[in-house]
Design a protein around this ligand. Sequence first.
Ligand SMILES: NC(=O)c1ccc[n+]([C@@H]2O[C@H](COP(=O)([O-])OP(=O)(O)OC[C@H]3O[C@@H](n4cnc5c(N)ncnc54)[C@H](OP(=O)(O)O)[C@@H]3O)[C@@H](O)[C@H]2O)c1
Length: 261
Amino acid sequence: MSAFKEKYGPVALVTGASSGIGVGFAEELASRGLDLVLAARRVDRMEELQARLEAAHGITVRVIESDLSRAEAPAELAAAVADHDVGLVISNAGFGAKGWFEAIDPAFMADLLMVNCNAPMQLAHAFVPRLKARGKGGLVLTSSVEGLMGGPFSTAYAASKALVISLGEGLWGELAGTGVDVLTLCPGATESEAAAKQGFDPSKMQNVMKAREVARLTLDNITNGPTFISSDHYKATFDMLLSMPRQQAIMAMAQGMKPEG
Ligand SMILES: NC(=O)c1ccc[n+]([C@@H]2O[C@H](COP(=O)([O-])OP(=O)(O)OC[C@H]3O[C@@H](n4cnc5c(N)ncnc54)[C@H](OP(=O)(O)O)[C@@H]3O)[C@@H](O)[C@H]2O)c1
């Protein structure tokens, strides 16, 4: 058995596993021999992935329909996998909203908070005791480089992802020495459905990474918490922004993100 599977297996739970980075995580974990529990709303997508990964890697994949905009969903998900020895939890489901803050539908914003913030916090709460009791394992929280500072014209999303970074940093400190690694992933632009869902043409995006590559780098850096920026380009950009006076940095972001017209 590989050292990775020995420490983080036998079973990994991945939320947001029906597209994008979550599929990248599922593929990468399957290639490392871990059994999987995949969670999202689109069951058909996950069943296709299940069939592909089981055939290619001889692993067992379970699919769970879960709508994380529901307050009870994280606890229900944890209960549904009570009989699995989950060694790795990847809380990855999330979505954004670009444009003027006041143009965002309040109901959409409430869902965004549930999926981007409530879900990782409640999943961590449910799984930390289980992981600690095992004395080994990992928790990966997908944030964003946008969580590193306030993001005009992505204000609600950036704020939600700042919570994830803070959550992950706190847990990293609390779990130090327990054998459970905590890593908050801050991706830059990554191939997924996110751009199209937010009204962008993905073909016009630059410095875009493949989801599988982001997943591979994240898992290779799981012991290097508290945070990990998967893109060298975005790491350099945000290192520069964060070294600037805050007013200048935020105005630079505002200039780059302001909607046309
Ligand atoms: N792609 C990027 O450039 C980028 C950059 C920084 C951070 N991120 C973060 O990376 C994570 C993955 O996003 P992605 O880029 O891979 O986008 P994506 O392709 O749109 O995938 C988002 C995933 O989240 C799931 N999800 C959304 N709403 C949900 C809900 N109510 N309940 C349960 N699952 C839900 C979706 O599944 P269903 O729709 O089937 O439920 C899907 O599997 C997100 O947290 C995102 O904020 C992405």
